[in-house]
Design a protein around this ligand. Structure first.
Ligand code: 2RA
Length: 340
């Protein structure tokens, strides 16, 4: 017998990828239900070669479902995840609503799968922010080998991280500018076409943004509370794929060559790093892929034990839907043990 799984937010960017990935990875489900807001009730969504009719969340009964993969935003998650969890359905939530709750595991399976054991406290598991997920996949093997003291990261985040309407805004603005029209920004605070915006999520009192704060606190929760991390998060005019320029200060020496070898063997990592042949990854190269790609690994001679890396991943996949499905797979194989 397989699992009964609900995908909540099935009509959004990430929900769509969750359905694709459940199908691609042949997740052992007997039933997959697509769920979204009432206005999407009855809308058809694809699941492999099948079509699912979307249920309205307000009318959906989670009883009898083993897992619900939520990607419907924080407000919906705060209201509906506890209700689904109370019916015995384990919620894996992609929003920021529960990430820092001490009774909710925040999990990237390649990094801290053991933390999943804590899911029973609330029947809720949190998926990290996209920019954190790819970061910690690349940092984990380095931290295990040479202990990371400090991380300085600058992100180059695609518009899909802000949703479908944000992608449409980039598309329409880009077209408009060619014909001397520049539609007013709506999803972003500034023009996004032919521009970059150092502002993702709201500003906090210390002048950083909540996106930058998330990278710091989530990395500490997933990897090691002792790691110091400072981030600058920037929206760039790409559609899919987040890139990160990362500078590391390590406690122990680790050369660029050793780091390259280490990451080649590491789970979830794919090293593409031959600058002599112009071999490195850009966001368009990673779209649709599962891996966290690492390029431009090099020593930073300005500090003791310094390294630089360039890390790129599909933010809708490893940054969201794939990680959620990997959590569901690990939960199934290690804790729920239901699949045939
Ligand atoms: C973004 N981090 O890229 C968000 C999505 N989770 O805006």
């Amino acid at each position: 017998m397989g699992y009964r799984v609900a995908v909540v937010g099935a009509t959004g960017n990430v929900g769509h990828e969750m359905l694709n990935i459940l199908d691609e990875r042949m997740f052992p489900a007997d039933e997959v239900a697509a769920v979204a807001s009432r206005k999407s009730k009855g809308k058809a969504v694809s699941f492999g070669d099948r079509t699912l009719k979307t249920h309205a969340l307000e009318e959906f009964d989670f009883a009898g479902y083993d897992m619900a993969l939520f990607s419907a935003g924080g407000d919906i998650a705060r209201e509906w995840a506890p209700k689904a969890a109370a019916k015995g359905c384990v919620v894996i939530d992609n929003s920021s609503a529960f990430r820092m709750d001490p009774d909710v595991p925040l999990v990237v399976p390649e990094v801290n799968a053991d933390a999943l054991a804590g899911y029973t406290k609330k029947n809720i598991i949190a998926n990290p922010n996209c920019s954190t997920a790819q970061l910690v996949v690349a940092l984990k093997p380095i931290h295990d080998r040479a202990r990371i003291r400090r991380v300085v990261v600058s992100t180059y985040q695609s518009t899909s991280g802000a949703g479908k309407a944000a992608m449409d805004e980039l598309f329409n603005q880009t077209k408009g500018i060619y014909v001397n029209q520049s539609p007013e920004p709506a999803e972003f605070t500034r023009q996004i076409a032919f521009n970059v915006i150092p502002h993702i999520d709201i500003f906090l009192e210390d002048g950083s943004t909540r996106e930058e704060w998330k990278m710091t606190v989530e990395t500490k929760k997933i990897l090691d509370p002792k790691i110091r991390l400072t981030a600058t998060c920037v929206r760039v005019p790409t559609f899919v794929g987040h890139a990160e320029a990362i500078n590391l200060e390590l406690e122990e020496p680790l050369s660029a060559d050793e780091c390259r070898e280490l990451l080649r063997e590491a789970p979830g990592c794919m090293v593409v790093d031959r600058p002599e042949d112009d071999q490195y990854i850009t966001p368009v190269d990673c779209v649709g892929d599962y891996a966290t790609f690492i390029s431009r690994i090099r020593d930073d001679g300005t500090i003791e034990n310094g390294l630089n890396l360039w890390v790129v991943s599909d933010n809708l996949r490893k940054g969201a839907a794939l990680n959620t499905v990997q959590i569901a797979e690990t939960l199934g194989s290690r804790f729920l043990r239901k699949a045939a």
